[in-house]
Design a protein around this ligand. Structure first.
Ligand SMILES: C[S@@+](CC[C@H](N)C(=O)[O-])C[C@H]1O[C@@H](n2cnc3c(N)ncnc32)[C@H](O)[C@@H]1O
Length: 624
């Protein structure tokens, strides 16, 4: 019976697979330091395959570099032995919701989401720290050799002592920020669907660096726009040189050939320009020129007004837009207008019902359409009866605009710098407005609130606490404001907290487990972990949707989890009997998992696979 991996994937393996698909001859095997045989790339061969188009060594080339870039790449690829622990008390509608709130460092969260959400996310929005001189950034564990890495990643990190202030006095001020962003964006790209789109808020401090970094990670061809958001509407008299009224939203596609930017709804103003002076039964219309500049001979003929018989031809330097035959058809269909008296120069009628039912988003987003920073602050304050101070939350209208152009009603939206959870609020709001069913995944570090702040005094000790409470309050408010249309709105969320592995600290990976230290693994699960913790570790390992419905049953006195009817059956109790295994196999689950040390005797363990093979051959059986 195979054990679960209990570590996130090593993304270097995935890269080797990609090379293997293109150049299978360049993949070979060697023996690692610990004696195991592994797949490796024969770089000499690969170099030969690409010989004419290689640049190596000190030769000049166009490149983006900073101290820390190598670390960032290693950090992104390295596996971690962490887990997500469900927290029912903080959640809303835990059993039925399809939304997720992850509390923890987003680097860990992005790694833990790799298997389940690989190429599944339609839209990502992030609003990272802008690096304005005192932002806290999270110092990552840079990858060392596997052993040291696991020692460190298995350690508790509850003190928040890895949060460091990045001040301009730091000699690596820009580099540290770049390093922090690079590994996260690389991991985030893997999660985007082929037609997925990412939006990143940024201001002048790091805009140029971020743009270069994104060009490298997403590819210049996938750059869609640098949107200018007017975040303020009145100037600051004390501003040096210029009053800064705007910031940016960088927008990239995973693949610009398939990503689609949807149209925004037409505005009242746009529609108001359409009128119906001749009471056309097809409704309101707007008239367009019927001529184009150019050689008159390209289309000049007589057009007669049907009501007055007055004749018109294209003027000098212009020609009719259509052939005589098409023009005749347009006249017959009453699509040419000659003014109220039938004697004006003809124009083409364009009916409102026939124009594109939307408008193309442009790259300047004004505050009257998408809100401004004050609006974001007021929205948050209004939700909380007690004062909550959160620095410059985004207005929900800004987020809604991104969702309208980049998501469809059933899509998943991820924000891994979620702050006060504006993105979650906007997702629920938009779903209420267009009967959508978008799901959100928020990730937020439990960054401590300043003890002197209003938020702290009101009882919110971390930003994650503010974020969760905002979603609770916003959900209730949306339902109360639209009691009829928002009845079935999903205002719940499953809280999952990043934590150390459920397994007792062992300083080797499960892969490295040898027969002689098997004893160590007896009762290998940490005593504070409950069966539901193990269940979520199984979800992560198997890449199962983290919002699958879970039911708990007692069978033969043991607690059994049935996930999404038959996606998974799990029992983490000790003393599993053959009778119980037979009953579970009768459900014909796609997957089954047991605790490694849970079988009454070794013979039962051996029999378990046999029982499944005969009663439910399609079941994959593993142990934890
Ligand atoms: C600018 S705020 C986002 C504000 C958000 N857009 C809103 O409207 O409320 C950035 C957030 O990212 C969080 N953050 C910073 N580093 C993080 C990390 N490594 N993992 C998760 N969250 C992080 C900070 O705590 C902060 O709340």
């Amino acid at each position: 019976m195979d054990g679960l991996k209990m570590q996130t994937p090593n993304l270097v393996d995935a890269n080797i697979e990609k090379i293997a698909t293109l150049f299978p001859n360049c993949i070979t095997e060697d023996r690692a330091e610990n004696g195991t045989v592994r797949r490796v790339v024969d770089f000499d061969l690969l170099r030969q395959e690409l010989s004419a188009s290689l640049v190596e060594g000190p030769r000049e080339r166009y490149t983006l570099n900073w101290p820390g870039k190598n670390e960032a790449i290693l950090t992104a690829n390295a596996p971690i032995a962490k887990t997500l622990r469900p927290c029912r008390e903080d959640s809303v509608d835990f059993d039925t919701t399809h939304n997720i709130y992850i509390e923890g460092d987003n680097l860990d969260a992005l790694k833990l989401l790799q298997e389940t959400y690989l190429s599944k996310i339609k839209m990502i929005y992030i609003d990272p720290p802008y690096n304005i001189g005192n932002d806290f950034i999270y110092e990552d564990d840079f990858a060392e050799d596997t052993e040291t890495f696991f020692q460190r990643s298995n350690q508790m990190d509850g003190e928040g002592n890895r949060l460091v202030a990045n001040t301009e006095a730091n000699g690596r001020f820009h580099s540290d920020w770049m390093t922090m962003m690079y590994s996260r964006l690389k991991l985030a790209r893997n999660l985007l669907r082929e037609d997925g789109i990412i939006f990143i808020s940024i201001d002048d401090n790091e805009q140029a660096n971020l743009k270069k970094q994104c060009d490298e990670i997403f590819g210049e061809d996938n750059f869609l726009a640098q949107i200018m958001w007017q975040k303020m509407y009145s100037g600051k008299a004390d501003a040096t040189h210029f009053g800064r009224f705007h910031e940016y939203i960088l927008c990239y596609a995973r693949n610009s050939n398939v990503a689609e930017i949807l149209l925004l709804p037409r505005t009242e103003e746009m529609n108001a320009r359409y009128k119906n002076p001749d009471n056309d039964p097809r409704g309101d219309w707007l008239s367009n020129d019927l001529t184009a500049a150019g050689e008159r001979s390209a289309g000049h003929y007589e057009v007669l007004s049907p009501s007055t018989g007055k004749s018109f031809d294209s003027p000098q330097g212009k020609h009719w837009l259509y052939s005589q035959e098409t023009m005749k058809k347009l006249l017959e269909d009453n699509r040419i207008y000659f003014g109220n008296n039938g004697d004006a120069f003809p124009r083409l009628k364009r009916f409102l019902t026939e124009v594109q039912q939307g408008r193309r988003a442009n790259t300047i987003w004004l505050h009257d359409e998408v809100g401004h920073t004050d609006e974001g602050t007021k929205e948050l304050k209004k939700l909380f009866d007690t004062a909550v101070n959160f620095s410059a939350p985004k207005p929900t209208r800004l987020l809604k605009q991104m969702m309208v152009i980049a998501s469809k009603p059933n899509d998943i939206i991820l924000d891994f710098f979620s702050g006060s959870a504006t993105t979650a609020h906007a997702t629920m709001q938009l779903n209420a407005e267009d009967s959508g069913n978008r799901k959100f995944i928020m990730v937020q570090l439990p960054e401590p609130c300043d003890e002197k702040s209003e938020s702290f005094k009101a009882g919110y000790t971390t930003i994650a606490e503010i974020g969760k409470e905002r979603i609770r309050r916003a959900g209730k408010k949306i339902i109360s404001e639209s009691p009829l249309t928002a009845q079935n709105l999903d205002i719940g969320f499953r809280v999952l907290k990043v934590d150390t592995s459920n397994m007792k600290d062992v300083y080797y990976t499960p892969d490295e487990l040898k027969q002689d230290n098997l004893e160590l693994f007896k009762d290998h699960i940490k005593p504070d972990r409950i069966p539901e913790d193990l269940l979520f570790q199984v979800f992560i390992d198997w890449g199962l949707d983290l919002t699958l419905p879970i039911t708990k049953e007692t069978i033969d006195g043991k607690t059994v989890f049935l996930v999404d009817t038959n996606a998974l059956i799990a029992c983490f109790d000790a003393g599993i009997t053959e009778e119980l295994v037979k009953k579970l196999a009768a459900h014909k689950p796609l997957r089954a998992v047991f605790r490694d040390d849970a079988f009454g005797s070794d013979s039962i363990k051996i029999n378990v696979e046999q029982i499944f093979k005969s009663l439910s051959p399609g079941t994959e059986v593993k142990s934890i």
